[in-house]
Design a protein around this ligand. Structure first.
Ligand code: CUA
Length: 307
């Protein structure tokens, strides 16, 4: 009965994100089972309580409560039945969780680096992408994940997988994508100002497309790759349309005379911009708070700064 209800809920689970990985379905079945069990327990407990309130209400001033000390049979049942249910749920949950923990031989390995506030994916062909994880459908994938600064959490709702990345520790995540498409990556651990903007995409593609993609190391124009870096690394705090966010807009910044917080001015030339990217606290623009921007010294390649 419960399984039937759970599978019913399963079929109509449009309130959940699409199921796009091998663990998604078993995860949802367990989740729906827990929901149904919780609803049944709620109805039985609350219904019983309300029924007893009426049935055993005090009817007169000298109505006395019966003296009941204990009941072995009842106490055994209400301890033993939940124990069996909870152990069953524990085992079931363990089996689902285990699927994402077992290293499948021959899985495609992708290195994932979390940092404020981007995800960098690095493939074994040397290809690197920012905030975009491209993987083939139907092939086991293993993410090898690190953090450069603080705790982040790599979360793909459509895959039903979530894994913390921890500084000084390598965490792993295994799954197989089962549906071609584009799915959101979120950071699910509060990590500072740009946390809510620390998002990315998983692209699930056909295997031949993946092979072509991962092996092509196309040279990009500096402007195009500069734009890509801007979107991934800077857009959380800086606009290009003149609006102020955490930091000043980039609109018209190049070559402009800029007033700094100590009142002096500086021309925003290549060297000023380079310094402001690598060590942003050296010369802060008037009206902005020092220390808000992460130091990109050591986190951007020299080539990336130049672009
Ligand atoms: Cu990274 Cu929140």
């Amino acid at each position: 009965m419960l399984f039937w209800l759970a599978s019913k809920a399963q079929a109509q689970s449009s309130y959940l994100p699409v199921q796009a990985s091998d663990v998604a379905e078993s995860y949802d079945t367990l989740f729906n089972f827990l929901t149904v069990v919780s609803i049944i327990a709620f109805v039985v407990l609350m219904g019983g309580m309300i029924y007893f309130i009426f049935k055993y209400r005090r009817r007169s001033d000298n109505d006395k409560t019966a003296y009941i000390s204990h009941n072995h049979a009842l106490e055994f049942l209400w301890s033993f039945i939940p124990l069996v249910v909870f152990l069953g749920v524990f085992y079931w949950g363990w089996k689902v969780y285990e699927k994402t923990r077992i290293n499948v031989p021959g899985a495609i390995e992708v290195n994932v680096l979390g940092e404020k506030w981007t995800w960098t994916m690095e493939y074994n062909t040397g290809k690197k992408t920012l905030n975009e994880l491209t993987i083939p459908i139907g092939k086991p994938v293993r993410l090898i994940m690190r953090s450069k600064d603080v705790l982040h959490s790599f979360f793909v709702p459509s895959f039903r997988v979530k894994q913390d990345v921890v500084p000084g520790y390598i965490s792993k995540l295994n799954f197989t994508a089962t549906k071609v498409g584009r799915y959101r990556i979120f950071c699910a651990e509060y990590c500072g100002t740009g946390h809510s903007g620390m998002m990315g995409w998983v692209n699930v593609v056909e295997e031949y497309e993946y092979e072509d993609w991962v092996n092509e190391l196309a040279a990009k124009s500096p402007v195009a790759s500069g734009e890509e870096i801007y979107k991934a690394r800077c857009a959380v705090c800086h606009t290009t349309d003149g609006n102020k966010m955490v930091g000043p807009s980039f609109k018209g910044v190049f070559g402009r005379e800029t007033v700094l917080e100590d009142g002096s001015t500086v021309r925003a030339d290549e060297n000023y911009l380079r310094e402001s990217i690598l060590n942003p606290n050296a010369k802060v623009v008037k009206g902005y708070v020092k220390g808000q921007m992460p130091l990109f010294q050591g986190t951007l390649e020299e080539e990336q700064v130049t672009h």
